[in-house]
Write a protein that binds this ligand. Structure first.
Ligand code: MN
Ligand code: MN
Ligand code: ZN
Length: 286
């Protein structure tokens, strides 16, 4: 691995949690993200002791730091939903996901803030804070940290700008931090391909959530141009951010120590290819 960069991808759990660290090494990574249950259903179960022991052992064997291993919440979770049933189920599932994280020894759980579905941003922001209060209260003894991910500005989404993430984050004293997704940010008009765009981004971060609270970067290229609000990820270098855009982004020291996790199209073999491009075309040439 070049310098001390932390690199990885979103990994499948279909062969069990214990396989993830090995497959991470196979694709050239030292960090990863997973779902901790099937992300398209409300139902989820706690892993048994055999599974969790196997996972912890393989983390050790592969020398992957638990701080560089992330969990992404299920797709159905919407903490901003005006629908009572969805909102309640979202809270319940998030609590369950926190419990699974604890059993696996994983500290960071990435969540989309949620969509207000037309009720307005103020409604959405307050609804999310209310939901997270219940989640944190129910999991008081846990130290699992919720990472609020910046999202694309579409579909009533809360969290496409740092002001939103900051509002939610500052309702709590701890157990909450941020993920920055480069495709979603590009969708929202944050231009990481230019020096002036980066200065603007860093300024905005420093005036809101602060750089030290960004615990993960979702490193995704974008199939669509700046500000397009489409949320279509592209493989590294093949989209509108491009090789030179990522070189510009990663030339800023502020982002060099944060784990870079790919959520680009394809599976392990495509991610191995993306990691190779990232190392040879971008990180080697900073
Ligand atoms: Mn996400
Ligand atoms: Mn993402
Ligand atoms: Zn996305």
């Amino acid at each position: 691995m070049i310098k001390n960069f932390k690199i990885g991808a979103h990994m499948p759990i279909s062969k069990g949690f214990g396989k993830v660290p090995y497959e991470t090494l196979e694709i050239g990574g030292n960090s990863f993200q997973i779902f901790n249950h099937s992300p398209r259903v409300w139902r989820s179960s706690l892993p048994d002791i055999k599974e969790t022991t196997k996972f912890r052992k393989s983390m050790e064997e592969c020398k992957i730091n638990f701080d560089n291993a992330f969990v992404h919440s299920g797709y159905l979770v919407n903490l901003a939903s005006p629908k009572e049933e969805v909102w309640n189920k979202s809270i319940k599932l998030l609590i369950q996901e926190i419990k699974i994280c604890e059993l696996l020894g994983l500290k960071y759980l990435n969540v989309h803030p949620g969509s207000h579905l037309g009720e307005g941003e103020e409604f959405g922001l307050k609804r999310i804070v209310e939901a997270l209060k219940l989640v944190f209260r129910e999991t008081e003894s846990s130290n699992v940290v919720i990472l609020l991910e910046n999202v694309s500005p579409k579909g009533g989404n809360i969290g496409y700008k740092f002001e939103h993430l900051n509002y939610i984050m500052h309702a709590f004293e701890n157990r909450i931090a941020v993920t920055y997704d480069t495709c979603h940010g590009f969708d929202a008009g944050y231009d990481i391909t230019t020096v002036s765009g980066m200065k603007k981004l860093i300024d905005e971060i420093e005036n809101t959530v602060k750089i030290e609270n960004i615990k993960m970067i979702h490193l995704n290229d974008s199939k669509y141009p700046l500000g397009s609000a489409k949320d279509r990820h592209e493989n590294i270098g093949k989209g509108f951010i491009g090789i030179s855009g990522f070189r510009n982004f990663l030339s800023f020291e502020e982002f060099q120590n944060i784990p870079l996790i790919l959520e680009t199209p394809g599976s392990n073999s495509e991610h191995a290819e993306d990691i190779k491009i990232l190392e040879t075309e971008i990180l080697c040439k900073l």
